[in-house]
Design a protein around this ligand. Sequence first.
Ligand SMILES: Cc1ncc(COP(=O)(O)O)c(C=O)c1O
Length: 379
Amino acid sequence: MTNSDRPNRNVNLRIDLASIRHNLNCAKKFAPNSKIIAVVKADAYGHGMINVLPALQKADAFTVATLEEGAALRRSGESKPIMVLQGFRSENQLYDCVTLDLWPVIHERSQLEMIANKSISNLSCWVKFDTGMGRTGLRVSNAGSVHRRLTASSVNVVGIMSHLANAPNVEDLANDRQLREFNSIKWPEPVSRSLANSATLISRRDMQFDWVRPGIMLYGACPLENTDVASLGLQPAMRATAPVIAIRNLARGQRIGYGGRYQCASDMKVAVVGAGYGDGYPRSVPDGTAVMLGNQRCPIVGQISMDSMIVDISSLTVPPPIDYPVTLWGHSQLPVDEIAALAGTIPYEPLCGIRGQRHWIDATTERNVRKIVEDLSTH
Ligand SMILES: Cc1ncc(COP(=O)(O)O)c(C=O)c1O
């Protein structure tokens, strides 16, 4: 399957559903007693929300950020529960949640006011409390009154939830402070709980509760600081490539790219690769950031341009032909985490930001088909 959110550009994004399926199984192994709400917001972190659904069939529910994302997911035929993190911002949206059978998250007083004086027994929601993140969520001390108001409107509360601010740093004591705060919520009746994102469900059994909400790990990027994705057994699902558009010989002393940031220390051969920050590749990466030509790492030299980047290929015995696909990330030796760290950001940002021709493949199916063909040819 192919589709493109930047059809006229060069970047190719190969998204492997088998890896996503594998990563979901890993999440289940890490949290065997919890239900899984697979986080597919921001177009499944750039992997294509609707197209990755076949790989997430074993999830119990889905999480999106906006009502519009939830509506698109429902329209695609998805029948599992869909949690909408931002909930609703108007009465119309409140009724859309009912019609579309979505689970809005109640995180803000105005939402309680919209519900007041109504009877909405066909609305199921989650209630989010701010346990220390300081972003969205009601006050923990208001749990009793929130419960009263929702009960008065006959709203069904599926569960209560919160979100950690420092989950990637497992040593951070702020995580424990948030857990204590979460455990202190006095909800007047038994209710399901959810606290863990990817980092938390991997690192803290005591925070897994009834439902876990993995996002980034499903796509095979690393949720934890000072850990590499391979050691967690996760498989990167996206491989980003772009073609060689020119090969140049540059002389010692010559400067490369905008601002002349890089100066050739000796005569060099470079490849110009047709992808840049206009495609969502981070401009902030330093000289030396790697791309892969086949299994060979080659360093980027000079500033990333809008449509291209320049790569030192002096170490290659044979230069690549024009149009040769260069891997920007997603090779087993070049995870997106490495590029993100060098760009001073987290892997979520380049994954969500990259644009190009997207192709969804299923390596398991491909392997199986190849095997069937091989078996047939040997008989
Ligand atoms: C409330 C909430 N839960 C879960 C997640 C998933 O987090 P991660 O992608 O780190 O697993 C997010 C992501 O931003 C979130 O905002």
